[in-house]
Design a binder for this molecule. Structure first.
Ligand code: NI
Length: 255
């Protein structure tokens, strides 16, 4: 049994076959997944999906790309949503200095405000950090006290990984670990404690080998799991069980 800890199947790329995608996940042993919001609308769609399908949980929040669109009232709305029984965390929040779609200062403000909501509501968080490792770590250290979460699609250094582990955080691994140009990532994912590792797809993005280039979907988390289990010299079943337990531990999910 596998648990995809990070997917976006509310995305329009699934408009034609969303139900088939959910069914296919199940058929491939991916019994559960978390649908992660990227803005207010997609957070609401995530909640709706979680209400309609018992295998889906919702994480709600605003991605750094959308920081410019955030209204003051949105923080209260996000806090309200966390009271919903199917909402298990706040995300994805963070910094994106690769695309820089919103001004960096604003990205930081929106990130910090959502961390505040997470602390107040006792919610774990899902972090997006692209080419912003220094500022992400600085903010997590200064503003993230009392909060745990996952740095999804981890792309930092071994040093950053170790720091996060020490802080009690989790690292999310997805398709890029299977890529030829994965650099240090396989080594990092082999050496961090198994109990801090979350597997994910980030569907529809980051499709793992051997399907790289196609649309990603939760069923394909199996390729990520097989790859990392092999790297770590673990039986697939052992790895699947451990990583499922990790998602449940972080997001307080009772299966
Ligand atoms: Ni994502």
């Amino acid at each position: 049994m596998l648990f995809d800890s990070h997917a976006h199947i509310d995305d329009e790329k699934f408009d034609d076959d969303r139900l088939a995608v959910i069914t296919r996940a199940k058929e491939n042993g991916v019994e559960h997944f978390i649908n992660v919001g990227a803005d207010m609308q997609s957070s609401l769609r995530s909640i709706k999906l979680a209400e309609d399908h018992k295998e889906i949980y919702a994480v709600v929040g605003v991605h750094p790309h959308e920081a410019e669109k955030v209204l003051k009232a949105d923080y209260d709305q996000i806090a309200q949503w966390t009271r919903h029984p199917r909402v298990v965390g706040i995300g994805e929040i963070g910094l994106d200095y690769y695309y820089d779609l919103s001004p960096r200062q604003l990205q930081k403000e929106v990130f910090i405000r959502q961390l505040d909501v997470a602390r107040q509501m006792h919610m774990p968080v899902s972090i997006h950090d692209r080419d912003a490792h220094g500022d992400t770590m600085a903010i997590l250290k200064s503003e993230g006290k009392g909060i745990v979460g996952v740095v999804h699609c981890f792309a930092g250094s071994m040093e950053m990984a170790k720091e996060l582990i020490k802080m009690g955080w989790y690292l999310g691994v997805d398709g890029p670990v299977t890529f030829k140009n994965a650099a240090k990532l396989p080594e990092i994912m082999t050496n961090i404690p198994l109990e801090r590792l979350l597997i994910e797809t980030d569907s529809p993005y980051l499709t793992p080998v051997p399907l790289r280039g196609k649309r990603n979907e939760p069923a394909y988390v199996r390729y990520v799991a097989e790859h990392v289990a092999a790297l770590r010299n673990l039986e697939f079943e052992t790895f699947a069980k451990a990583t499922t337990q990790n998602v449940c531990d972080l997001f307080a999910i009772k299966l």
